[in-house]
Design a protein around this ligand. Structure first.
Ligand code: MG
Length: 412
């Protein structure tokens, strides 16, 4: 407030600054140094009249986190597992995610953590009644029912950042469930879309990391190559939109321009299109249901994007997709086991200790052994998660003599 002088006896007026500045929403970006996190900070920097950064967390990249804190002025910084000297004000350890998610100034929690490690932060934000802009699809896969319940009971909401689910949300546009017949998720097919089984048996890490259309982190890039990512997305769609598994289909669309489609009961189909960039899904997750001008995203050119083609998905050659959908249908702890076995197998693959075709084998073995575990609580699900990780580590570590699951040599 300031006092205005002059011949009016002194009047209290709101300060020009507070009168001009609209109230901005605080966004906590969990996983800010990863691929989605850095994209989100770019998007947020272009919309300072709507958003400010309330918190940043990184798994282990202290150097980039420090730069981001300086650039955004974020009042809270958390480092989950980094080492070395960091500013005293930073919050350290896994609890940093939950703390950031609960900050009163964080109206929106953008969860871009990789893997099941993001679960507690999603639950904490929903229980605090916040919007979760969810890029961490694994939390819905591991604990879809618990997460949905936490949102319903506390007035929180989940808005997807995943491009396919963002597309579906935009196509649904609030229409009642009774009008929806089917969701059709598109899949790029990954780098091995046209590889035959013999070629797949010799796929290397370098091959798997060469994604044709999307620039993403390493874990999700491998998931896109095995199509495990699409299985995670089918389960994610089931929980996000409350649609039964029978009404969710996957179609291969190599150009990654049609981000997904919704078929309605009259056979009309709506699709959402755009360049394969995460900037729009990130922005939309922050502004939904509003749309805001975004001059930095170039206009869509349908001719330049042509031709747009579609193919049937090859379930027999990419068994991770089939197993993941079956795990989703089975329910209980099966989706958590699928996810944890996949996370562990991908970590081994990235270390050169497991072959590409060893990934679905590891998942299949874990599901066979542990897929029937109960999943009623967070604790039960996390127990199934740990058991699946242990199972894969023990059976599939480099040099494992287990003859039931022979692994071709993957070393390049
Ligand atoms: Mg996706």
């Amino acid at each position: 407030m300031r006092v205005e002088g002059g011949g009016h006896g002194g009047r209290l007026l709101p300060s020009p600054v507070s009168r001009l500045l609209p109230v901005t929403k605080g966004v906590a970006v969990l996983g800010s140094t990863g691929s989605i996190g850095t994209t989100a900070l770019r998007v947020l920097a272009r919309h300072p009249s709507r958003f400010h950064v309330a918190a940043l967390t990184s798994n282990a990249n202290a150097t980039l986190l420090a730069e981001q804190v300086r650039a955004t002025g974020a009042p809270f910084a958390g480092l989950v597992s980094g080492q070395g000297s960091v500013p005293e004000t930073w919050c350290l350890g896994p609890d940093a995610l939950v703390q950031a998610a609960q900050l009163p100034d964080a109206d929106i929690v953008l969860n871009a953590v990789v893997g099941a490690a993001g679960l507690d932060a999603t639950l904490a934000a929903l229980r605090a009644g916040k919007r979760v802009a969810l890029a961490n699809k694994e939390t819905l896969v591991v604990a879809g029912e618990l997460v949905s319940l936490a949102a319903r009971e506390n007035g929180g909401e989940i808005v997807p950042v995943d491009s396919e689910h963002s597309a579906i949300l935009q196509c649904l546009a609030g229409r009642p469930d009774a009008q929806v017949r089917r969701l059709i998720l598109t899949a790029s097919g990954g780098p091995f879309r046209d590889w035959n089984r013999q070629q797949l048996a010799h796929a290397t890490l370098a091959d798997a990391l060469r994604h044709p259309t999307w620039q993403m982190g390493r874990k999700i890039t491998v998931d896109s190559a095995t199509l495990a990512n699409k299985a995670l997305e089918v389960i994610e769609a089931h929980f996000l939109f409350g649609v039964p598994y029978d009404a969710i289909d996957v179609v291969v669309h190599p150009q990654s321009v049609v981000h997904s489609l919704v078929e309605f009961v009259d056979s009309s189909v709506l699709a959402q299109l755009g360049a394969p960039s995460m900037e729009l899904p990130v922005l939309y997750a922050l502004t939904h249901p509003e749309r805001v001008p975004e001059p930095a995203i170039p206009p869509f050119d349908p001719v330049a994007a042509s031709p747009l083609t579609f193919e049937r998905v090859r379930l027999d050659d990419f068994p991770a997709l089939r197993m993941g959908i079956e795990a989703g249908r089975a329910g209980g702890a099966a989706p958590a086991v699928f996810n944890a076995a996949n996370e562990q197998a991908v970590a081994l693959f990235l270390d050169g200790a497991l072959s590409f075709v060893g990934i679905p084998r590891a998942i299949g073995s874990a599901l066979e052994r542990l897929g029937g575990l109960p999943g009623g609580s967070r604790e039960a699900l996390l127990e199934a998660d740990s058991a699946a990780r242990r199972h894969v580590s023990t059976l599939f570590q480099s040099g494992s003599p287990d003859s039931r699951f022979p692994i071709p040599d993957s070393r390049q």
